[in-house]
Design a protein around this ligand. Structure first.
Ligand code: NAD
Length: 502
């Protein structure tokens, strides 16, 4: 197995390409921002600059939207089978550059290689899944009424804007862009400013695989300028957004004047509910995996651990033991589980919760501190003796930080699980099937896993309730968003038509 030194040497080779900067990609051409402005993307390992990034603004968004608009009729009208073949070719090209994608993602985000090594495979899977659905995307239903046959069909909505966050940018970009392309939409993508590099690789890979120019455009820049301009652009028919709940509110407001269709995948404060009758070893492994993998920077992380009071002490002790054995280190070290958080600003936010927890009366059972003197690492942390009204129990911290709350009864567990603003995911551990059915039907969460960690099945719906979002991805749900339904009613009888005016 390669060592950290081997990987650093390989990564150095991959990073040389960025000496020319991370450019925008509009109408099939790599280009700097119209203003000529750039900003730096740095590695959270050591704050070293990785690249200067084109700082797009409204002018670049306009150029990209015009390119997407011009490319739309050709892409919409391309036979579904041809679109399918092109999307499979993109998946092949992603797999061929899997190592470069993984290493670049590790350095730009701080995510550990043991997870990012699968980013390209998962990204390619997203393309293959939607590639296979492209030929049938326009299909609809026949609905028979009295003297009438209704034929429904779907048609791509038009050029769409896609705005993604920094936590796992490659995977999330593919998850949004693949169904848009399969549906027949053209795309303007605005990646997160904190980790833009793999989005640039992705559009380049797609065109090298044969995607026509203008079908997919990427504009880097900040949310308040480039992102906002994308939401407001009249040629863009819909915005698919992944990010924070407060940003989601801005997206809705910014899209209001052009009546943008909007899909929001937002934050979470997801409960993992452990009843005493569960397989506690498996539950502990899953809870630990769901909060400490991906540095806890994961929308579906199990950030609230609700444990039946009779096993609270023993179960949280198990979590502490596991947390203390987790390897922290350089993201390119194959042994590393926890890498640095994305950026100093986010590090400060996560660290601030340690004081908040203490002030509110919780106990820091493990972690609760920075790791290393430089870089953005945080030790895997468990708060115990927490109550539901504490900020650590209510707010999305988005780090390797878990809040454990005891409960006495099933009713109380449900009340705690549901009494947050969010409703993205939930996890329930119990051997009692009837209770699992009853409990999950009452949970405020768009996605619930019983006796399991988050195991994704691409045909299943993905998305949240309450402040966690509006709309669903996955399976056919993505096509509902990226496509318009059209109904045509054919008269089958010479029915009586009301006669007005003689
Ligand atoms: P963020 O909301 O700060 O930024 C996300 C994107 O929105 C970035 O590209 C940013 O530039 C852009 N943006 C910011 N302000 C904007 C504006 N006014 N108009 C248009 N675009 C704007 O989120 P983040 O900090 O990058 O990501 C972390 C958040 O994402 C967490 O809350 C996490 O839970 C959430 N997330 C959700 C899911 C999900 O599927 N539900 C998945 C991953 C991450």
């Amino acid at each position: 197995m390669a060592t950290l030194d081997d990987n650093l040497a390989t990564a150095k080779g991959y990073m040389t390409r960025w000496s020319d900067g991370c450019l925008n990609h509009i109408g099939g051409k790599a280009m700097p921002a119209a203003s000529g402005k750039t900003f730096a993307t740095v590695s959270p390992v050591d704050m070293a600059e990785l690249a200067q990034v084109a700082e797009g603004d409204a002018a670049d968004i306009d150029a990209a939207a015009q390119a997407a608009k011009a490319a739309f009729p050709g892409w919409r009208d391309m036979a579904g089978a041809k679109r399918r073949d092109l999307l499979h070719a993109i998946a092949d090209a992603i797999e061929a550059r899997a190592e470069e994608i993984a290493f670049t993602e590790c350095l730009d985000t701080g995510q550990a290689l043991r997870f990012m090594s699968k980013a390209a495979i998962r990204g390619a899977d997203n393309f293959r899944f939607y590639a296979d659905r492209a030929p049938e995307a326009q299909d609809g239903q026949s609905l028979y009424g009295p003297g009438q046959i209704n034929i429904t069909s779907r048609t791509p909505i038009g050029p769409v804007g896609i705005i993604t966050p920094w936590n796992t940018p490659f995977m999330l970009s593919t998850w949004k862009i693949a169904p848009a392309l399969a549906a027949g939409c053209t795309v303007v993508h605005k990646p997160a400013e904190l980790s833009p590099l793999t989005a640039r690789l992705l559009v380049e890979i797609a065109e090298s695989a044969g995607l026509p120019a203008g079908v997919w455009n990427t504009v880097n820049g900040f949310g308040e300028t480039a992102g906002r301009a994308l939401c407001e652009h009249p040629a863009i028919k819909a915005i698919a957004f992944i990010g924070e709940s407060t940003t989601g509110q801005h997206i809705l407001r910014q899209g209001a004047s052009t009546l943008k269709r909007t899909h929001l995948e937002l934050g979470g404060k997801n409960p993992v509910v452990v009843f005493a009758d569960a397989d506690l070893d498996r539950a502990a492994d899953a809870a630990v995996f769901m909060i400490y993998s991906l540095n806890g920077e994961r929308c579906t992380s199990s950030s609230r651990l609700l444990v039946e009071a009779s096993i609270y002490d023993s179960f949280t002790a198990k979590v502490v033991e596991k947390a203390e054995n987790i390897r922290i280190g350089h993201p390119l070290d194959p042994q590393t589980t926890i890498g640095p958080l994305i950026a100093p600003g986010h590090l400060d936010k996560v660290l601030s919760y340690f004081d908040i927890a203490k002030a509110d009366g919780a106990t820091i059972a493990t972690g609760g501190a920075r790791w290393g003197d430089t870089g953005c690492w945080v030790k895997p942390t468990l708060f115990t003796h927490a109550t539901n009204d504490m900020r650590i129990a209510q707010e999305e911290i988005f780090g390797p930080v878990l809040t454990a709350i005891p409960f006495d009864t099933e009713e109380k567990a449900l009340e705690i699980a549901n009494s947050v603003d969010y409703g993205l995911a939930g996890y329930v551990w119990t051997a009692d099937v009837t209770r699992a059915m009853r409990f999950t039907q009452a949970m405020d969460a768009g996605m619930i896993w019983v006796n399991s960690e988050n195991l994704r099945h691409l045909p299943a719906p993905f998305g949240g309730m309450k402040s966690s979002g509006i709309g669903r991805d996955g399976g056919d749900w993505s096509f509902d968003f990226y496509m318009e339904a059209r109904n045509v009613a054919f008269a089958t009888t010479a029915h009586k038509i009301p006669k007005l005016g003689g």
